[in-house]
Write a protein that binds this ligand. Structure first.
Ligand SMILES: Cc1cc2nc3c(=O)[nH]c(=O)nc-3n(C[C@H](O)[C@H](O)[C@H](O)COP(=O)(O)OP(=O)(O)OC[C@H]3O[C@@H](n4cnc5c(N)ncnc54)[C@H](O)[C@@H]3O)c2cc1C
Length: 204
């Protein structure tokens, strides 16, 4: 069975920003030769209800769903990321050998897992998740996952976006997804890692 390098659960702005950063990774010697990424999403991102006037570099009044579509197109240009519409039910295993099960009865193998599941609920079975109140949202019932530096929950598992506790703004969720991607890449590289391209760095 194919094994993904990183599986991202949740395809809102946090999950897609994480995926975009990972997809753009290039030339890292410790990334597996056949590295690949997967985004699993059940299609209920908050962004689909929004019209936005304050997203840096986006046109004022842009529809949230259009922003998600633009992110999908950007990621697809890298050809190393797949997308599945489904709901994740459980995660088991450890770093390097996670087993993810969906309600559509898919079994997915992955080295790393990112939980970009938003603030409304967390219903994925697994034994190491601590669910806390989302202290950036003054409404009852909104949650985040307990995580540390670079949103790391435990070896191989990370949070991102509202699930990591950032304020409910597009740019905060995007930045959190990127931070998580850097955390995962740093773990793989065993060194602090970011991606900084130049005009020449994509030529070969
Ligand atoms: C009406 C409205 C207006 C807004 N206006 C603005 C604005 O003007 N400016 C601004 O900056 N922000 C605005 N926001 C906030 C912004 O949309 C959110 O901050 C942002 O979308 C959060 O992104 P996220 O990826 O963390 O979470 P989400 O967008 O919630 O994405 C999480 C995704 O994970 C999926 N998921 C959860 N569990 C599972 C599972 N088990 N399996 C598979 N998928 C799963 C969810 O269904 C969802 O698709 C607005 C939000 C709303 C609701």
């Amino acid at each position: 069975m194919k094994k993904y390098t990183v599986t991202i659960i949740g395809g809102g702005v946090a999950g897609l920003s994480c995926a975009l950063t990972l997809a753009s990774s290039k030339g890292f010697p410790k990334l597996p030769q056949d590295f690949s990424f997967l985004v699993i999403d059940d299609g209920k991102s908050d962004l689909k209800k929004a019209r936005l006037y304050n997203v840096p570099l986006a046109e004022n009044g842009i529809d949230g769903e259009e922003l998600l579509n633009k992110l999908h197109s950007q990621i697809k240009k890298f050809r190393n990321t797949s997308f599945v519409e489904d709901t994740v039910k459980s995660i088991s295993g450890t770093k390097g050998e996670f087993n993810i099960t969906t309600s559509g009865e898919k079994q997915i193998l992955s080295d790393y897992v990112v939980l970009a599941t938003g603030m409304h609920k967390f219903e994925i079975a697994g034994d190491d998740f601590i669910i806390e109140d989302h202290d950036n949202v003054p409404k009852p019932g909104k949650i985040k996952l307990k995580a540390g530096v670079n949103n790391k929950i435990k070896a191989g598992v990370y949070a991102a976006g509202l699930a990591a506790g950032v304020p409910t703004m597009f740019a905060c969720a995007a930045g959190s997804g990127v931070e998580t991607a850097c955390g995962v890449l740093s773990d793989i590289q065993e060194n602090k890692t970011v991606i900084h391209d130049t005009a020449k760095s994509r030529l070969n």
